[in-house]
Design a protein around this ligand. Structure first.
Ligand SMILES: *Cc1c(COP(=O)(O)O)cnc(C)c1O
Length: 354
């Protein structure tokens, strides 16, 4: 197994390739593995794991909520949050490109009998407050009962400005809706917006934050919210098969990441900005240069054959995801400045030969 070095950020996988598919691909560094190996453990389904308790308390405090729950994944965390706040025949308003709508197999509908109503988002990925108000259903037996607004930050690597997020939440409140925030990359959002995660989450009842993306743990997401909501979410976690036993092993990785990785998350943003700037100079490529971006470069191959470009990039040692001509390149903590140069050189070569 390849294990990244705490000092050496070059976390190439064992084949020496640079993996740009996601920030979930990072390997735990030795310091994290040592923290995991030394963790005090218990059976968390019995509520006995002191390291899980420590992580949950720390995250609740960081996000300014009463309580927290450690879950295996962001998808399960969002699902438990929504099941805990909505019932059968009710409805959730959510941005169409948001993960809850576009990438969670409509688990709320399949497993909870809860409808998802997708709303268009603005260029900055926020939902306009007017869109929220217009989508709330009147009290009419023909219609579902609108119960919750599900927000997201970051969206496609873009930090939604706080005032825009809060305006959508305020519109939801005026109609008596609850608010959930999918902050899978909330630490990225907060760093980019120059605020703490407590401020980011203050407009939401429940907030879900992943430890396995920019923070670099092997797995785990934490859901924060009021004590009664978290209690209901705990029952759904067990129901969905997410009760884990000596999971302080993973909670210890989370605590280590909060101490050592969270404070450095903006380094990924600086490298991603370097990458976008470099790529934007290359012919045959359109680069999204929107402000408020974090750790991604969103590029569209414009001219050369995308399949040939992709093959040439693979040949040059890059692992990239591609949908047609579009590529999302994700910078993470297992990449350093030299890797950015390597990626730029690979693109330059691939675009000129394809
Ligand atoms: C990754 C992600 C999730 C889900 O996380 P998993 O741990 O992969 O289930 C949820 N929301 C957003 C915005 C994400 O980026």
């Amino acid at each position: 197994m390849y294990v990244g070095d705490a000092q050496d950020r070059r976390g190439h996988n064992s084949s020496g390739k640079i993996d740009l598919r996601s920030d979930t691909v990072t390997r735990p560094p030795p310091g994290m593995l040592a923290a995991m190996a030394g963790a005090e453990l218990g059976d968390d389904v019995f509520g006995d794991d002191p390291t899980v308790h420590k992580l949950e308390e720390r995250m609740a405090d960081l996000f300014g909520k009463e309580a927290a729950l450690f879950l295996p994944s962001g998808t399960q965390s969002n699902l438990c949050a929504m099941l805990a706040q909505c019932g059968r025949g009710e409805e959730i308003l959510v941005g169409r490109p948001y993960h809850v709508y576009s990438a969670e197999a409509h688990g709320t509908s399949v497993l909870g009998g809860i409808a998802l109503e997708p709303l268009a988002v603005a260029d900055d990925q926020a939902i306009e407050p007017e869109k929220v108000s217009a989508a709330v259903k009147p009290d009419d037996p023909h219609l579902p009962v609108t119960r919750l607004l599900s927000l997201e930050n970051t969206v496609s690597g873009k930090a939604v400005p706080l005032d825009r997020q809060e305006a959508a939440a305020a519109a939801a409140r005026r109609h008596g809706l609850a608010v959930h925030l999918d902050a899978a990359r909330g630490f990225n959002a907060a760093a980019a917006l120059g605020i703490d995660v407590k401020t980011l989450a203050r407009c939401a009842d429940s907030v879900s934050a992943c430890l396995s993306k920019g923070l670099g743990t092997p797995a785990g997401t934490v859901l924060c919210g009021p004590r009664d909501l978290i209690g209901r979410a705990r029952r759904y976690r067990k129901m969905l098969g997410g009760g884990m036993r000596q999971v302080g092993l993973l909670a210890a990785a989370g605590l280590y990441a909060l101490d050592h990785h969270a404070p450095r998350i903006a380094e990924d943003h600086a490298r991603a900005a370097q990458l976008r700037a470099g790529l934007s100079k290359l012919p045959g490529l359109r680069v999204d240069m929107a402000p408020n971006q974090t750790n991604m470069a969103l590029v569209t191959i414009d001219g050369p054959d995308p399949e040939m470009v992709h093959a040439a990039l693979s040949e040059a040692g890059l692992i990239c995801a591609r949908q047609g001509a579009f590529m999302r390149l994700v910078v993470h903590r297992d990449m350093d400045d030299a890797d950015i140069d390597r990626v730029l050189a690979a693109f330059e070569g691939a675009l000129s030969t394809a």
